[in-house]
Write a protein that binds this ligand. Structure first.
Ligand code: ATP
Ligand code: MG
Length: 573
């Protein structure tokens, strides 16, 4: 491609609204443009990167024996009503009506459509199968964010495994796990595999692939010592036995005027450190009021609350609901003597005594509370969100907690969708069995942005060769110099003939502008063709990553460039 004929609208300034590095750089370097909130056009460079990622995805899916489909984005409501997700997906699903008034949804994922197709399978002999597509998804995200990291229309590679039993699913899951590892490594980013909550997909085991980055919206807890890693929505910590000092025979009420929080009580009362307080939260789970109790310094994880109770929806109770349930305001709540509403307590509190908590009376607290003696706990659950430094559940070493971008997600779905859609096969004994399914996704634009988050410097993007839009840029210092242009053209032709992806910067711009642009768009290798070098029969070769440069002999340049590029490519196979 000749730059003079290319659409690469680089900008001098960062876009005003962009915080994430990938947002800033992908817009500035001319890869993407926003059409409306959460909806982006891929410009030619962006399209080439996404096409490279698609290529890697196809190769790795083919390698595990997957078959490619292309399913519609327009789905009849009836299909989603059968699985119950027409309701469940709520406002995240784009919905419209066709001219006859029939309800139609835009596909946010394709379990329903694939399970419906799987109903045509008849025998266990046809299994296992893996089906996949690379296709557009629509999700009306409440907060589109950070350029293409969280958008409302995006491309996903989604695959679905079909097996006759759980062991088959385990094998398909493992094959995907390994394929995902290869995919991200070939894309040039380190993706951490972490245990995840299965959320709305309805499954029982799921792993997310996470790229560490402050631009992410997830937090990952990980242990350097043993390799444990989990999304904080799922992560737990080991339970440390605590020896509480002996307390009074029964809880003692004391006045706490103006005290409404854990910190205020800690400042008010000697000994009431947050680790010796109870945090009492009133929540509404699918319409039912519940009292949750955690250690004073332990934040509640709403996702763990949902996962632990099986509720579909959880929200903090309103002030009126709290008062109606416990007779006090949010600053003075406690679980002692509460029997009107079920109490769920976090496991870290088991066996604790001599603690502080609210007295369910405005302006009063209790000291000397013994969980076993004084609180009627209906369920002990893992409710706390782990924080940095908490002991690893496997080896007790302190956990790290870091922000990360979820680039991929693999789920064991089980038979939920196959049962609904009648996707059954006859097994060896001619008995009907619902197909056991798995579902596996990678977002392509998000993957592109995650790579930029990891691969950039102060001058711009630094693409790994495997996903770069072009492998080499030839910068012609003086395109008006006939000899320069001829040398550059001839090098360009030889490289293209060998299959190297080359951008020839033949624009009438100052060399400084060209070098800046080449760095900004992040092409892995730059060859500079200028009169001074040519006079000595030389070209300059420079690597974007690391910045080393060396002279190439004009006549041997093409050969050595091809060699370097091929070597680099083979490294990511
Ligand atoms: P998130 O928690 O970030 O909303 P999700 O759990 O809803 O993600 P999945 O349904 O598992 O995502 O989708 C599979 C993959 O699709 C994700 O790992 C991610 O790479 C991509 N993806 C999901 N939602 C978006 C989005 N709004 N914009 C861009 N990519 C997305
Ligand atoms: Mg989501």
């Amino acid at each position: 491609m000749r730059w003079s004929n290319a659409f690469i609208p680089t900008l001098r300034e960062d876009p005003a609204d962009a915080e994430a590095v990938s947002h800033r750089l992908l817009v500035r370097a001319g890869y993407v443009r926003q059409l409306m909130s959460g909806v982006y056009s891929l410009l030619p460079l962006g399209f080439r990167v996404v096409a490279k990622i698609s290529g890697i995805l196809r190769e790795e899916m083919d390698r595990i024996g997957a078959q490619e489909f292309r399913l519609p984005a327009l789905h009849p409501a009836a299909l989603w009503q059968r699985s119950g997700r027409w309701e469940h997906m709520g406002e995240e699903m784009f919905r419209l009506q066709d001219r006859k008034g029939a309800d139609v949804g835009l596909g946010m994922t394709h379990e329903e459509v694939f399970a419906n197709l799987a109903a045509e399978l008849r025998s266990y002999k046809q299994l296992p199968q893996i089906w996949y597509q690379i296709q557009t998804k629509f999700r009306d995200e409440p907060r589109p964010k950070s350029g293409v990291l969280r958008v409302r229309e995006f491309t996903m590679k989604d695959s679905y495994s079909l097996d006759v039993d759980e062991q088959g699913l385990d094998a398909a899951f493992t094959r995907h796990f390994e394929a995902y590892r290869r995919i991200f490594s070939r894309c040039g980013v380190e993706a951490l595999a972490v245990e995840a909550s299965s959320g709305a997909m309805g499954g029982n085991e799921s792993i997310e692939f996470m790229v560490r980055s402050d631009a992410g919206e997830d937090d990952v807890a990980s242990c350097e010592a043993c390799g444990y890693a989990a999304n904080v929505e799922k992560a737990t910590s080991s339970l440390v036995a605590v020896e509480d000092e002996a307390g009074p025979e029964a809880p003692e009420k004391f006045a706490t005027p103006g005290v409404h929080s854990i910190d205020e009580l800690a400042a008010f009362e000697a000994g009431a450190v947050p680790t010796r307080q109870l945090k009492s939260l009133v929540y509404v789970l699918d319409g039912e009021v519940r009292l949750l109790v955690l250690r004073g310094d332990h934040p509640l994880s709403e996702q763990k609350l949902l996962d632990g109770t099986g509720a579909r929806e959880a929200r903090p109770a309103s002030e009126e609901e709290i008062r109606a349930a416990l007779g006090a305001g949010a600053g003075s709540l406690g679980a002692v003597g509460v029997s009107a509403i079920p109490v769920y307590a976090d496991l870290a509190l088991q066996g604790r005594s001599n603690l502080f908590t609210g007295a369910n009376e405005d302006g009063f607290h209790l000291r000397g509370v013994d969980l076993t003696r004084d609180v009627e706990v209906e369920k002990w659950l893992d409710l706390r969100e782990v924080s940095a430094g908490a002991p690893c559940p496997l080896c007790d070493a302190p956990l790290r907690v870091e922000r990360a971008i979820e680039v991929g997600h693999i789920f064991k779905l089980g038979t939920r969708y196959s049962e609904v859609f009648g996707a059954e096969v006859l097994d060896e004994t001619s008995a009907k069995r619902p197909i056991v399914m798995g579902s596996y996704g990678i977002g392509l634009e998000r993957a592109m942005a995650a790579i930029v988050e990891r691969c950039h410097d102060e001058n711009g993007i630094v693409w790994p060769v495997a996903v770069a839009p072009y492998e080499v840029v030839i910068s012609v210092v003086k395109p008006k110099d006939v000899e320069s242009l001829e040398a550059a053209n001839s090098l360009y032709e030889s490289l293209v003939a060998e299959g190297v992806e080359v951008l020839l910067d033949d624009r009438n711009e100052r060399p400084g502008v060209k070098f800046k642009d080449a760095d900004l768009i992040g092409i892995p290798y730059r060859v500079t063709v200028g009169p001074r070098g040519l006079a000595e029969g030389k070209l300059e070769w420079k690597a974007r990553r690391g910045g080393e440069s060396r002279d190439l002999d004009l006549h041997k340049a093409a050969g050595s460039i091809v060699e370097t590029v091929l070597e680099e490519r083979s490294r990511s196979l």
